[in-house]
Design a protein around this ligand. Structure first.
Ligand code: PEP
Ligand code: MN
Length: 336
């Protein structure tokens, strides 16, 4: 499939004109937003080469992309994408740390968590309010009240915020409160949800499905991008293997691989990947050494009292130690 890459300064009118011209010649197109690249889905009545597309104002390049993920592919965009989350950037040579509890439980818990992670250098606060739990009898999250508390704690400590969305109604609520939307491992191939977050202007943290291949993960990103939202951050969070001593098996090779196949930033979740607080700091260091653009870590002011994933949550002290070690690796990697 051929992708017509528009120059960053191309106007919506220029993009529309190129699209209309192609359609007049019988090409079938997919538009990713008003100003994004144009994907040519099927050929028209004339040879594409005869149309001299690069002669049209606003057209930067015409690329034949052989891999199934087009907009996410490095061939369409050579430079690293930097995703803006509030005032925070993810990608482009810095290590961005997201931290906070698995789930929002109360105002005091969120305030204590936000203070602790901000003190140690995290820049984005996490906290689930719509929890996709394995058991219907487990704590399901505080919903709107929870996202409001997450946003309040983020504001209080100058942190951007991210929360998981699981369907259209949670998306509608979360988008009113937080800076970034998370699509969880269990929903990585919920194509309706991917399309719906793709129709928002919010950055999306896309977790790898626990049984998904790297190509399927990139195709999930493609669903979001094909709706016009290119602010996608990929997150490796461990995959299912025969090994039972860790919650999942952290596939660190996915980090440099995804970064070479795609221009999107890639971060690592060592908490869900290992399920073991003793492994989280070493795997965080390994992630950054492998080229990850950041990490997302579960931190709880009092892990033994957590309503969700307490066993794998770090105490504020342990998180502080993790951050000291990470800084050394980050500097060694030439990161900010
Ligand atoms: C989470 O981050 O809270 C979570 C549920 O992670 P995952 O979707 O990776 O299991
Ligand atoms: Mn969790």
């Amino acid at each position: 499939m051929v992708v017509v890459v528009m120059a960053s300064g191309a106007s919506n009118k220029q993009v529309a004109e190129v699209g209309q011209m192609l359609e007049r010649h019988g090409f079938r197109l997919h538009r990713s937003g008003a100003s994004g690249p144009i994907v040519i889905r099927s050929s028209g009545n004339v040879a594409l080469a005869d149309l001299n597309l690069t002669g049209y104002p606003g057209v930067e390049r015409v690329v034949d992309v052989s891999v199934p993920y087009k907009l996410a592919s490095r061939t369409v965009r050579v430079e690293d994408t930097v995703v803006q989350v509030g005032d925070v950037s993810i990608g482009g040579g810095r290590t961005t740390v997201i931290a906070g509890p698995c789930a929002v439980e109360s105002r005091s818990q969120m305030m204590a968590a936000a203070r602790a992670v901000a003190d140690s250098g995290a820049v984005i606060l996490r906290g689930g309010a719509f929890k996709p739990r394995t058991s219907p009898y487990s704590f399901q999250g505080m919903e709107e009240e929870g996202v409001a508390l997450l946003a309040e704690a983020g504001r209080a400590y100058g942190l951007a915020t991210v929360t998981e969305v699981i369907n259209a109604s949670s998306l509608e609520i979360a988008a009113r409160y937080v800076d970034m939307l998370q699509v969880g491992s269990r929903n990585m191939q919920n194509f309706d949800l991917l399309r719906a977050v793709g129709q928002t202007a919010k950055p999306v943290l896309l977790k790898r499905g626990m049984s998904s291949t790297i190509e399927e993960w990139l195709m999930a990103a493609e669903y979001i991008m094909s709706e016009g939202n290119s602010n996608v951050v990929l997150c490796e969070r461990g995959i299912r293997t025969f090994e039972k001593m860790t919650r999942n098996t952290l596939d660190l090779s996915a980090v440099p691989l995804a970064k070479s196949l795609s221009h999107l930033p890639v971060i690592v979740d060592p908490s869900h990947a290992t399920g073991d607080p003793r492994l989280i700091a070493p795997m965080s260091r390994a992630a950054v050494a492998a080229g990850a653009d950041g990490i997302i870590v579960e931190v709880h002011p009092c892990p033994s009292e957590a309503l969700c994933d307490g066993k794998q949550s770090l105490t504020p002290e342990a998180f502080g130690e993790l951050m000291s070690g990470l800084e050394i690796i980050s500097r060694a990697m030439g990161r900010e």
